[in-house]
Design a protein around this ligand. Sequence first.
Ligand code: KG4
Length: 339
Amino acid sequence: MPVTILGIESSCDDTSAAVIRDGILLSNVTAGQAVHEAYGGVVPELASRAHQQNIIPVVSEAVKRAGINKSELTAVAFTRGPGLTGSLLVGTSFAKGLAMSLHIPMIDVNHLQAHVLAHFIRQSPEDNDQPSFPFLCLLVSGGNSQIIRVNSCRNMEVVGQTIDDAAGEAFDKCAKVMGLGYPGGPVVNRLANEGNPAAFAFAKPRVGGYDYSFSGLKTSFLYTLRDRLQSDPDFIAKNRADLCASLQAVVVDILMSKLRKAAKDLGIKEVAVAGGVSANSGLRDAFLAHARLYGWKVHIPPFAFTTDNAAMVAMAGHYKYLDGEFCPMDAVPFARVVI
Ligand code: KG4
């Protein structure tokens, strides 16, 4: 009997469903939520309402595109946390209803572990370029910036993490003060491609070990704008590309310097990147440069698996299923969980 897992992701503002059969991806459908753009950030109440609207069509489409009948599902995996409680409740409740009606087990998934396991999604039986253990994974998203030592698909240790803001948050907040909309990361990335990364210098953090900090950079960016705008009200408009390029360069430099240190100290040369910020072209280029300079074997996920998606949830569910780990029907979401 094939193992067919339906994954459901609803931790923030993307409603996503995916089907994985025996570890091979059959479908991955995601509905974003444009409603938040007008507010410059995710509005939790609106996010949970949009999940309610999207979840049934998204799951139906994922099952349809997988070419299966829902009676063929072996288990339902869902994101239990971390994330927005109201958003998580929609996916959790839906998973419960579906699992009960189909008489199949339910598997709870840690969203952060799922991002790491995005590297194990196989799009075809020939797709065999998965990382080998142990490897380091830089997990960078809107809510997290962590260096994780991945010992196996089920055993991960956080070796460093942000003590304040996440890297994606730094991109988003700096983009917001430049009037670039939400989420700002992709816009900063696009503009950075046309700018000079050495045009401006922003503060770099001094934090110990393998930890990160981005709040000082954010303040330094804000103060640069405030000071320059006093003498030139058009400063932002005239320097947008250079500001974005300089911001991206410093974020990438902060991320890579700690990752380099961790890789050297721990003697690990297999290094992956995951999470929404891994879509950033400056960060991807830095990974490729590190592969050349330091002999790293690097793993960069396809764009579809960088931001929140259910394929990674189904993948994490697949491994838990193989270990026979299920979750009870009275499971509640966790807004905060650690790896
Ligand atoms: O993983 P994700 O989709 O959501 C969570 O935070 O869980 O990550 C979203 C973050 C946002 O901060 C967004 O601005 C950032 O990823 N992001 C990028 C790029 N694409 C998405 N940041 C920089 N460059 C990009 N190309």
